[in-house]
Design a protein. Structure first.
Lengths: 135, 166
């Protein structure tokens, strides 16, 4: 279901919980589907002993992918025209993530959204924007 | 990543949708998808990134007969100084930004090619990870008719040391 421009106002928000208690297995699934097998995401020994991180962490693209789910649930299937993010903090196993889209501009058949995903401590892990076609 | 042939397949879309915990049936069920606005299964917005599977030289995938920097008997399959493959030994390559522009959405049966152009590079000093070196790449995905379908801009960052998460 697509959005209707006449029903949208600047400042409107839409939020979803993306994941509660992120599992290492979910990260393994993302490695397998995306083809990004960087050991930093799935190999605890390499990540702690060689790379110097406290544990493995999620692909930024996994968080972007899950955040995209919030967006497509909001704007409708096949409606996104732009979507971009900065990865501002790492996402770790056990994290709980919430994503919010905020309407920044409605012009003609386009809506511009601000996109933000935060973890259980309120830390922003993904910050970006999206544009979508609306009715 | 440069790719000669990235065939968009329904089973790959299904696995990708599962991996981002998205149960929208437009990614799984052709009969359901036929009732939606797109009219067929489409790929989730970040799916183009999985073109890595079709890049023969993609450096973050173990390859037959080649050393791999992940752990086995030892914490890393290659010694330091051989190069970490960008995987972060002592703080290496991380993904800083990703941007997509959709000219249309991907559907099973599409066969894409991807060409990569280097973009800007820049440096920044950070308290959490030392000197940061950013580099941008622009990937253009074209379909079987040569039409531009997705423009993807990625920014990678190499850090001087592992990022302090405190």
């Amino acid at each position: 279901m697509a959005l209707n421009s006449s029903e949208l106002s600047v400042g409107d928000t839409y939020s979803e919980c993306l994941v509660e208690d992120l599992k290492r297995t979910q990260i393994v699934m993302y490695a397998g589907s995306s083809g990004d097998y960087n050991p930093l995401h799935t190999d605890e020994i390499y990540t702690t002993k060689v790379a110097g991180y406290p544990t493995v962490f999620a692909h930024g693209m996994l968080t972007m992918g899950m955040t995209g789910r919030m967006l497509t649930n909001y704007v409708g299937d096949g409606r996104l025209t732009k979507y971009g993010v900065r990865f501002t903090n790492q996402v770790w196993p056990g994290d709980t993530l919430n994503a919010t889209a905020t309407v920044e501009e409605v012009a003609g058949d386009k809506v511009k959204l601000k996109v933000e995903t935060t973890n259980q401590d309120g830390l922003v892990v993904v910050s970006g924007y999206a544009e979508a076609r609306v009715d | 990543m440069a790719v000669d042939k990235f065939a968009i397949e329904a089973s790959h879309i299904m696995m990708f949708a599962r991996s981002i915990a998205d149960d929208n049936q437009v990614y799984y069920d052709a009969d359901y998808a036929a009732t939606t606005e797109p009219g067929s299964i489409i790929a989730p917005p970040t799916f183009a990134q999985s073109s890595a599977q079709f890049d023969p030289d993609y450096f973050l995938r173990p390859k037959v007969g080649q050393a791999w920097f992940g752990s086995g008997k030892e914490p890393s399959g290659i010694s330091r100084g051989e190069g970490s493959g960008g995987g972060g030994g002592g703080g290496g390559g991380l993904h800083a930004e990703q941007h997509f522009e959709y000219h249309r959405h991907l559907t099973p049966g599409d066969v894409l090619t991807a060409t990569v152009k280097p973009g800007k590079t820049w440096e920044k000093e950070s308290k959490r990870a030392g000197k940061l070196t950013f580099s941008e790449t622009v990937t253009e995905y074209r379909d079987q008719n040569g039409e531009l379908v997705i423009t993807a801009t990625g920014v990678g960052v190499r850090t001087e040391r592992p990022v302090d998460s405190k």
